[in-house]
Design a protein around this ligand. Structure first.
Ligand SMILES: [Zn+2]
Ligand SMILES: [Zn+2]
Length: 495
């Protein structure tokens, strides 16, 4: 009986895969009009990419014989929600586009700023999020939602404590869980929050979507306050705008340098793209290096770049968010200190330059180095951790506290496990800063434990490259990652 039920489920799933791929292909044929080619996100790129990802997932599911973790909220549940949503969105786009093989007489669709064009741009953004989500939860086709690592440590701890191995759950259930930690008013606030978190508009929250949300609205302790001030109350916030739309919108304020708007980037999920009118009247867009948005906005305001949100004279005051950001404290145990003394080094010394002290933690891997080395490293062509090559998705300022009699002791079992230590090279999981009231989580998960693991062996002495390209440019749009709007302005000739 159980085997028959399993076969039935597998049959339904592979059938759903086939239908989704066919729908995407048909939609692709409707996108032949060259006027639909745009800077990212572009349906003409997204549709074949999503179809290819689906084929890979279907293939891996067949090859795995449907094995793997299939509990509630696992791969199977995710795919049911995902494929139904994909089908619905595909039909919505299909209804907007001219039928296959026919040119439309109505060119409203191609007029920037028209209602149809706006609808199409919104749906395209949803397609872009769906494509990224599928790739993130099924890298190479294989499911990883049960082990997916959220970028921000505290967000990760929250998800795994509250949602376990699940990678997706219905919004109503998620809302209750989130409230345990971040109380919110029901009603319109909750609805607005849902529309910000649920990027793919599926009525569910996936671990990927929550990762993006908690990166965008970091830091964690004031997550919903940040969201209130930066999204709900901020005139500069644009939830679903594309690169091209930002350019068009800022055109209106060309004669008002300092006008700016910001939106979640779709090509760099989890990061913000800020568009602004420069003093010379040109329109520029920049992705600030991993830092909380309020910090980027405050810095830009001080420098005179971000003054008029969406052209309005009143710029909301974000300084209160500044005072709330806690520095993560890294505690160093006596054993660690002795390990490093034995090597004629110290724990807090940055192992790349061996000059400055470590003051920043790479996320999600947790490796520590000094912020100068990290900045140099990130401006080079590499966006991966210099220690473990894991993709850098965020960073967090940390302070290193030396061992004192009262410092928390190291896990005794760790010191015997040499091999694990080598893997954990330089990585530290800090004691977590105090959580907001009402969060009453027992420190069960390994990541929330105060745990320090260091390997004294084979520390890479990487020298930061001397010559590196100053700016890292997105393939087709002149959107650049810069440390400040000033740097972006200086580079505008290049794009
Ligand atoms: Zn350094
Ligand atoms: Zn690392």
């Amino acid at each position: 009986m159980a085997a028959a039920a399993l076969r039935g489920r597998q049959w339904r799933e592979s059938h759903a895969f086939g239908r989704a791929v066919r729908l995407l292909q048909r939609l692709e044929e409707q996108c032949e009009d060259l006027r639909l080619a745009s800077s990212p996100p572009s349906l003409r790129d997204l549709l074949p990419r999503t179809a290819q990802l689906l084929r890979e997932v279907a293939h891996a599911r067949r090859a795995g014989g449907g094995g793997g973790p299939e509990g509630p909220g696992g791969a199977e549940d995710f795919l049911v929600v995902y494929l139904a949503n994909l089908e619905a969105k595909t039909r919505q786009v299909a209804a907007l586009l001219p039928p296959r093989g026919r040119k439309t007489a109505n060119d409203e669709l191609f007029r920037e700023g028209s209602r149809l064009r706006r609808q199409l741009a919104k749906l395209t953004l949803i397609f872009s999020h769906m494509c990224t989500e599928l790739g993130a939860l099924f890298p190479g086709g294989k499911y990883c939602g049960n082990t997916y690592q959220l970028t921000k440590v505290l967000a990760h701890t929250f998800w795994r404590e509250q949602c376990g191995a699940r990678c997706v759950l219905p919004w109503a259930e998620f809302e209750v869980l989130l409230c345990i930690c971040h109380p919110m008013e029901p009603g319109s606030t909750a609805l607005a929050l849902r529309s910000t978190i649920d990027l793919t508009c599926s009525g569910h929250v996936s671990i990927f979507e929550f990762d993006i949300f908690t990166r965008l609205f970091q830091p964690w302790p004031t997550l919903l306050k940040n969201w209130q001030l930066l999204a709900v109350n901020h005139p500069g916030y644009m939830a679903l705008l594309t690169y091209d739309e930002v350019q068009a919108r800022l055109q209106t304020y060309r004669d008002k340098p300092g006008s700016y708007i910001f939106r979640p980037s779709c090509t760099h999920p989890g990061q913000w793209a800020i568009g602004f009118v420069s003093s010379g009247g040109s329109i520029l867009q920049t992705i600030p290096l991993n830092k909380p948005l309020f910090q980027a906005l405050l810095e830009g305001q001080k420098e005179g770049f971000y003054l008029y949100p969406d052209g309005k004279n009143h710029n909301p005051d974000l300084t209160e968010l500044c005072q709330m950001e806690p520095h993560q404290r890294i505690h160093v145990s006596e054993e660690q200190l002795q390990l490093y003394w034995a090597m004629d080094s110290t724990f807090e010394l940055c192992k790349i330059c061996a000059e400055s002290n470590k003051d920043v933690k790479v996320e999600p891997c947790g490796h520590l180095l000094c912020s100068r080395c990290l900045a140099t490293w990130q401006h080079s062509d590499s966006q991966t951790c210099p220690f473990c090559r894991c993709k850098i998705k965020g960073q967090e300022a940390v302070s290193i506290y030396q061992f004192q009699a009262s410092a928390p002791a190291e896990d005794s079992e760790d010191s015997s496990d040499k091999e694990a230590e080598e893997e954990e090279l330089e990585r530290v999981t800090p004691s977590t800063p105090p959580l907001p009231p009402r969060l009453d989580l027992p420190p069960k998960s390994p990541r929330s434990k105060c745990q320090l693991k260091v390997a004294p062996l084979a520390l890479p002495r990487l020298r930061a490259p001397l010559a590196f390209p100053r700016f890292w440019t997105e393939p087709s749009a002149s959107l650049e990652i810069t440390s400040s709007p000033k740097a972006r302005e200086g580079a505008r000739g290049n794009s």
